[in-house]
Design a protein around this ligand. Sequence first.
Ligand code: PEP
Length: 248
Amino acid sequence: MRQTIVVGNWKMNASKETVNTLVLGVLEGMPDVKSEVIVCVPYPYLCQVEALVAHSQLKIGAQDLNVNASGAFTGEVSADMLKDFGSEYVIVGHSERRSLYGESDEMVAEKVQVALDNGLTPLFCIGELLEEREAGDTETVVARQINAVIKRVGIEVFKNIIIAYEPVWAIGTGVTATPQQAQDTHAYIREILAQSDADIAQSTPILYGGSMNSGNADELIACEDIDGGLIGGASLKSDDFLRICKVG
Ligand code: PEP
């Protein structure tokens, strides 16, 4: 039985004031939440969030990491720095990083490896563009993205990886994949993992992301192979986010 996991990705949205309001609001509702809940915080607010969530079940993640341990990499942040401020998770390969910052499958695979080597759990994002879905290439794309990581780190370490399937056409658009579309792809992702290890295919958490909100989370998370959500826009208001957290 896989546990439901709900992850908030705040992206580049926060201020000291909104962080306080949001985190305190989420913490207030946490006693009624059975799911594992993670908030992925912009770097400057990690320290503030670490203090706010101390002694609670709310976990901290970051939104990216640099593959180097330290040195002359102006503007970059290492795995050790993330851990220094309480991060246990890190988003890797989000479609915005793939498209806006040119991250290839191989670069994403290296980030997955560096996260794992440093004791961070990667929230490994995959998903197809609209034109790829329309061309019937969804399965080819997600297989390629996953196989790049298996090739680099092996299948065993998927015991410590959370996959997020995020169709790019659904991210931030208000267009959500139907439960059937999402379930079909999640089942296919398990098939790809099963080609290497059937047990790991069954135990790996696979979250759905792409305009999930408090109105559609129930029917998506009810699908057999959907183990929770990676939530962008709807994670910025504590009420909406908590409603999704309470689905699991
Ligand atoms: C995301 O950024 O990962 C995401 C799913 O965003 P949204 O929920 O806003 O579509």
